[in-house]
Design a protein around this ligand. Sequence first.
Ligand SMILES: NC(=O)c1ccc[n+]([C@@H]2O[C@H](COP(=O)([O-])OP(=O)(O)OC[C@H]3O[C@@H](n4cnc5c(N)ncnc54)[C@H](O)[C@@H]3O)[C@@H](O)[C@H]2O)c1
Ligand SMILES: [Zn+2]
Ligand SMILES: [Zn+2]
Length: 396
Amino acid sequence: MKALTFHGRRDVRVETVPDPVIEQPTDIVIKVTSTGLCGSDLHLYEVLGPFIDEGDVLGHEPMGIVEAVGDAITEVKVGDRVVVPFNIACGHCWMCDHGLQSQCETTQVRDQGMGAALFGYTKLYGQVPGGQAEFLRVPQAQYGPIKVPDGPPDDRFLFLSDVLPTAWQAVEYAQLPEEGTLVVIGLGPIGEMSTRIAQQRGAAKVIGLDLVSERLARSASHGVITHDVSAGGDVIEAVRELTGGRGPDAVIDAVGMEAHGAPGAAIAQKMVGLLPDPVARKLMQTAGVDRLTVLNLAIELVRRGGTISLSGVYGGTADPLNLLQIFDKQLTLKMGQANVRRWIDDILPLLEGDADVLGVESFATHHLPLSEAPAAYEMFQKKQDGAFKIVFQPGA
Ligand SMILES: NC(=O)c1ccc[n+]([C@@H]2O[C@H](COP(=O)([O-])OP(=O)(O)OC[C@H]3O[C@@H](n4cnc5c(N)ncnc54)[C@H](O)[C@@H]3O)[C@@H](O)[C@H]2O)c1
Ligand SMILES: [Zn+2]
Ligand SMILES: [Zn+2]
């Protein structure tokens, strides 16, 4: 089959690789019809190379048609239409029972000291072949795959794999009080969907920060008060003014470790890309390599006693955090990979009916054949051609 493979920093290629087959009785194989490109893939493309082998297949936002099922699978059958959550969870361990599917004790990557395995996401997360491919083997298929009806276009359901549950969890973890005020930093797919979900769930005021004009405009078009952080001027002052001088009840960081504007850490991240893998891995796991501009901004912005919800991914273990301010302001921090399966039943009703209240069918800006994936990674990273959410259609 054809698949998108990693070859080094900013070097991904579409190659022919072996077709996946059923390996465990609880596996299925799907024929991928749509598969998303995510801000998390950009971390692989730019800084996480030391944790990926050449030839690894990337991608973790797939849906498609069941092609083959293992002997133990009764939950889905050949021909069913399914969306596959980005984390692989068993559905029957203590963590899964407690809504912590991203910590699944059956698939935890123990040799790396990490949580549940993820599709297409480095050795840290199990080195499981990813979904930017014509076919995908799905382990733990008694639980993961979400059966969806035939009829509506793929985009109606595709974002259940990652964007929707991640944004839902970001809002949930923000613990907004009734009539609460929320700031979302980063208006990429995750941040933008978080603003939509917060509005649906009754937030009184949603403020969005970014530096890309189309992205700001996109959020503004549905009632988000936007602020361009690159425009100069005092962001903190601007947000204070919009929040009665006190600051918002909660801030969602939907940017993560590659925040724009932190020259020191940008150099550290670049160094990581230049060192031999074992040295770079060690550096990333023991040094401070994250660009904390956004997290620090969140700490500054949020009101005393407020909550910071982190959905942006961070990597280093020794990044200096402003503990003084976190403590003094009595903040709550909630974060982590989305527990995808946990939120699906809450989200599905919003995808039903003609209204499309979350705007999922017009969410993607680009639908491309898989062969164009290398160029699409570059376009998405550089935010060219209005690229906001890119969906590959391997069958096209
Ligand atoms: N927790 C999870 O389960 C989970 C799931 C999916 C994605 N993520 C993470 O969420 C983050 C966002 O993903 P995405 O798909 O929306 O990607 P993205 O890269 O398109 O979005 C990031 C946005 O942040 C903006 N930005 C960068 N620096 C900024 C700054 N200093 N101030 C304000 N805005 C800034 C960018 O312009 C961009 O619009 C990534 O870190 C990704 O890894 C986490
Ligand atoms: Zn993703
Ligand atoms: Zn489990």
